[in-house]
Each structure stands twice: as structure tokens, then as C-alpha cells.
Design a protein around this ligand. Structure first.
Ligand SMILES: Nc1ncnc2c1ncn2[C@@H]1O[C@H](COP(=O)(O)OP(=O)(O)OP(=O)(O)O)[C@@H](O)[C@H]1O
Ligand SMILES: [Mg+2]
Length: 231
């Protein structure tokens, strides 16, 4: 069984009197531990692709299977989603009234975990992400990189097999973007997470196990660059 399977998926949105196609007959199969990049310019449909993968958007035609199930058809879909698919939003969406740790614990509570046990797990995740300071800070006191790490911690707290990250490096400087990208690569390589990342940062393309471009709804696999020539 593959982790994510899109078969003949199409999706359009109304655009004035016309329809804008953001997914045009897309076929895509993703397995455990893969690190997939979805690249493309603004408005090309990257976020929509990720939302199709966790059931936040339903396709007009075609089928989306996640861990062998159709998200929209699952009883208790919301709980299923936060346990199976960690999502790091483009604009992080941390709750402004809660510090970093409580933002993460909140997600675990929704999933039904006991607070005491999960507190320890949250602390371990903050340490793993190198974000201990952010645990005690309110979102407005965090740097952009810290907010992104807290958003990753929140996505990881329920130990989902799938992580979807929507342009997680977009607001970071070069070094912080590199650190955060490496973190996702590590989660996929060492923890067998299936990671799908939307990005318009071309620097990272060769570091995905597979990278795709989306343009006018058409998904095309990027050719890996030829290996550096030996001199
Ligand atoms: N719920 C919606 N209703 C109508 N149109 C939408 C909706 N969601 C997305 N769109 C449109 O679909 C297109 C693709 O949007 P999407 O957010 O997937 O692009 P994106 O590649 O993630 O862009 P960006 O790089 O700016 O985040 C855009 O033109 C957007 O306006
Ligand atoms: Mg987007």
C-alpha cells in the first residue's frame, strides 16, 4: 500500500465567469519515507495539492487515497487527519494567546492524548528541533525560524506518518532556510516520515527524492541534474 495515491485527480476553482484548473488529471504515488518537492510559481496550485493530500480539499474528479483510505469518507475525519497527517501551514497559524509548548499540547489534546504524558514528548520534540527557547515564548516573541519550528513540533506531536509542509522556508534567511530544510530531510531519512513540501525555492530541488513542477494544473517530474563531472 502506498502512503498517498492520487489517481486522475482534477480540481478547478471559479475565476470570474471562467474556471481555473489547478489540478489537471494528476497521477501521483508516494511511499513511506519519501521526500517529495512540489515546485511552481505563486498561484500554480502547490497549496491546493497539499490540501488534496490531507482531505482539506476534495477533488472534482478522480480519487485521493491516503494510507489506503479516502479522507473525505472517513468517520471522524478531523481526528484522523491530525493523527495521520501533520500539516505545517504557509502562515504557521500558531495561536497567539498560547506559548510554543501550549500550542503543541493543544494539538495533542484535540487528538485525545493525556496531557501529562504528552508534555514529556513535546519537550523531547522541542529539544530535537533545537527550539527549547520557543517553547516558553509567545508567538509574537518568536523569530520566523522559531515559529516554523514550533509549527513543525505541533505537526509532529501526534507522531503522524505523513508531514505536509507548505513553503516552510519562504520567510527565512538563507541559513535558517537551510537548517529547516535539513530538518525535514532528516525526518524523512531517519524517521521514515513521508514528507511532501511545497516550495518555490529552486536551491533545494536536487535534495528531494523526487521533485515536481506544477503549472496550470499539470504536474511534471523534474529531471535530476546530471552528477557533477569528474575532472
Ligand atoms: N478556495 C478557493 N477558491 C477559489 N480559488 C482558489 C481557492 N483556493 C485556491 N484558489 C486559487 O487557485 C490557485 C492556486 O492556489 P494555491 O493556493 O494552490 O497556489 P500556490 O501555488 O500555493 O500559490 P502561492 O505560492 O502563492 O502560495 C490560485 O489562483 C488561487 O487563487
Ligand atoms: Mg501556497
Amino acid at each position: 500500500m502506498s502512503v498517498i495515491e492520487l489517481t486522475n485527480v482534477s480540481k478547478s476553482y471559479p475565476d470570474g465567469d471562467a474556471l481555473q484548473t489547478v489540478a489537471d488529471n494528476i497521477d501521483l504515488t508516494i511511499d513511506y519515507g519519501e521526500f517529495i518537492g512540489i515546485c511552481g510559481p505563486s498561484g500554480s496550485g502547490k497549496s491546493t495539492m497539499l490540501k488534496l493530500m490531507n482531505g482539506l480539499v476534495t477533488p472534482d474528479t478522480g480519487s485521493v487515497q491516503v494510507l489506503g483510505e479516502t479522507p473525505a469518507a472517513i468517520n471522524g475525519f478531523d481526528k484522523w487527519r491530525i493523527k495521520k497527517v501533520g500539516f505545517v501551514f504557509q502562515h504557521h497559524f500558531l495561536l497567539p494567546e498560547l506559548n510554543g509548548l501550549d500550542n503543541v499540547l493543544f494539538m495533542a489534546q484535540i487528538a485525545g492524548w493525556k496531557r501529562k504524558w504528552v508534555r514529556e514528548r513535546a519537550k523531547e520534540i522541542f529539544a530535537y528541533l533545537g527550539a527549547e527557547r520557543a517553547a516558553k515564548r509567545m508567538p509574537e516573541q518568536m523569530s520566523g525560524g522559531e515559529r516554523q519550528r514550533v509549527a513543525v513540533a505541533r505537526a509532529l506531536i501526534n507522531d503522524p506518518p505523513i508531514l505536509l509542509a507548505d513553503e516552510p522556508t519562504a520567510s527565512l534567511d538563507r541559513n535558517r532556510a537551510e537548517d529547516l530544510f535539513s530538518l525535514y530531510a532528516k525526518l524523512s531519512a531517519e524517521h521514515n516520515k513521508t514528507v511532501v513540501m511545497a516550495t518555490h525555492d529552486d536551491r533545494f530541488v536536487d535534495r528531494f527524492s523526487r521533485a515536481y513542477t506544477i503549472d496550470r494544473g499539470v504536474l511534471t517530474e523534474k529531471e535530476p541534474l546530471p552528477a557533477a563531472r569528474q575532472l
